[in-house]
Write a protein that binds this ligand. Structure first.
Ligand SMILES: CC(=O)N[C@H]1[C@@H](OP(=O)(O)OP(=O)(O)OC[C@H]2O[C@@H](n3ccc(=O)[nH]c3=O)[C@H](O)[C@@H]2O)O[C@H](CO)[C@@H](O)[C@@H]1O
Ligand SMILES: C=C(OP(=O)(O)O)C(=O)O
Length: 438
């Protein structure tokens, strides 16, 4: 497939598009199917590369995967997992971050697991120390090897009490996927409570798990001996929805995002309104539009849920280059998520990055060597440029910048965007964008 897009920017994006299930939930629900002893069915599944990658991993482990992409229905039958001969797992090294979540389910089913090196966006160091500490506390032996990690639990896994140093999404999911079938009770303090995690809990409860979530980030799980398959409709992708909303704002456009839902986007909607964007929440989705006039600068801090999520930051920063005054963005989730701003500066934006914690409370990255605060001065017209996509969200941001800039930009490496944005070129076409893919 070709990996290059010529974008002729300067036209407001206008029209209707649909977002389907959340990338950051669907992949985890697919892993959960490994815990059941009967088939599962997941609906509203988007056709993105991460779904293909996790399907490939599941198939390698003996799961029969049947995906009807237009209908968005994914059927997963794990009956042959015990008899699967797992070869070529190394071929999946570097493809996504999901393999680490196979640990608990595979340990329960097979007593051992080999996990290839992880991929995902390079937006920080992204260690897996919380994951490995959790697995050890459940009683797993963890052995780091070349190209991956080997784990074994010859005596099974037992419930435990854990406090996370930081409410990590992946570590919370690791714990859930391991605790549901561990012997006894598990209690997690300082858990992440992102909507995608809550929907994973919905799935696990449908499978037979017993999980309670308290208001103070404490999750309790009573382990059960067996789980069955599930039928579930995935929650919508709030990151994709916010990305299109930011594109509407930056290009003076008007986009109705079918499938966008308000409760999962409260923090984004507040910020969108403060910048000067308008929205209209309807039964089928949310309309996001630029009402005319000047956009306003803001002070913003990314945070864990229910805060403003880090994945919303990169697309919104492009819109902030079009706002009047100085905006300050403090990234507190990842230490290295402003690399994408270099290309924006190359297009004429005025963005300065700092190592200090600007505009809010000190975070884990203050007094360290990380450029994790940005000051954006606007409005600045953007000029067309040659751009290389750095990562998923940064890549979409560059796309928004190219759509905002007058003239023809060349955007290389757009396959990275396919990892999390379903059929985005078809959506661009529906919104009246002028571009060609080569
Ligand atoms: C596939 C998926 O769902 N990806 C999402 C998930 O990533 P992911 O689950 O990888 O993100 P985490 O919430 O775990 O990471 C948050 C912070 O915790 C740190 N950390 C994490 C684990 C660990 O073992 N040690 C450690 O130090 C990370 O370096 C980071 O600074 O949540 C992030 C935060 O909402 C999102 O940006 C990603 O889109
Ligand atoms: C960081 C992201 O994803 P991943 O964790 O899969 O790299 C993202 O979706 O923006």
């Amino acid at each position: 497939m070709n990996d290059l897009l010529y974008v002729n920017g300067g036209t407001p994006l206008d029209g209707t598009i649909t977002v389907r299930g959340a990338k950051n939930f669907v992949s985890k629900a697919m892993v959960a199917s490994l815990l059941g002893d009967t088939p599962s069915e997941l609906r509203n599944v988007p056709e993105i590369r991460d779904v293909a990658v996790v399907s490939g991993l599941l198939e390698l482990h003996g799961v029969t995967v049947d995906y009807d992409a237009p209908a968005g229905v994914l059927r997963l039958d794990p009956s042959n997992v015990e008899s699967a001969h797992v070869a070529d797992i190394d071929a999946h090294a570097g493809s996504s971050r999901i393999p680490i979540l196979f640990c608990g389910p595979l340990l329960h089913r097979l007593g051992e697991a080999f996990i290839p090196d992880l991929g995902g966006c390079r937006i920080g160091d992204r260690p897996i120390n919380y994951h490995l500490d959790i697995l050890r506390q459940f009683g797993a032996h963890v052995d780091k090897r070349e190209q991956g990690i080997y784990l074994a639990a010859p005596n099974g896994l037992r419930g435990t009490k854990i406090t996370l140093p930081y409410p990590s999404v992946g570590a919370t999911e690791q714990l859930l996927l391991t605790a549901v079938r561990a012997e006894g009770i598990t209690e997690l303090s300082n858990a992440a409570i992102e909507p995608e995690i809550m929907d994973l809990i919905n799935v696990l409860q449908k499978m037979g798990a017993i999980i309670s979530v308290d208001t103070d980030r404490v999750i309790r799980i009573e382990g059960v001996a067996r789980l069955s398959g599930y039928r579930h409709t995935a929650l919508g992708d709030r990151i994709e929805a916010a990305s299109w909303a930011s594109a509407a704002l930056a290009t003076h456009g008007d986009i109705f995002v079918k499938g966008a839902t308000q409760p999962e986007m409260t923090a984004f909607l507040n910020t969108f309104r403060k910048v000067g964007g308008e929205f209209d929440v309807q039964d089928e989705g949310i309309r996001f539009f630029h009402p005319g006039g000047d956009l306003r600068s803001i002070v913003l801090e990314t945070d864990v849920h229910p805060g403003f999520m880090t994945d919303w930051q990169q697309p919104l920063v492009v819109a902030l280059t079009q706002a009047t005054g100085l905006s300050i963005v403090h990234e507190t989730v990842y230490e290295n998520r402003f690399g994408f701003t270099d290309a924006l500066v190359g297009m004429g934006a005025t963005i300065q990055v700092y190592k200090d914690c600007l505009g809010g409370r000190p975070c884990r990255f203050g007094q360290r060597n990380f450029y994790h605060s940005a000051v954006i001065s606007g409005p600045t017209p953007l000029a067309a440029a040659e751009i290389e996509v750095p990562d998923l969200r940064g890549g979409f941001s560059h796309l928004i910048a190219a759509l905002t800039a007058k003239g023809t930009s060349t955007v290389r490496g757009i396959q990275l965007i396919d990892r999390g944005y379903e059929r985005f070129t078809e959506k661009l076409e529906a919104l009246g964008a002028e571009f060609s893919r080569e």
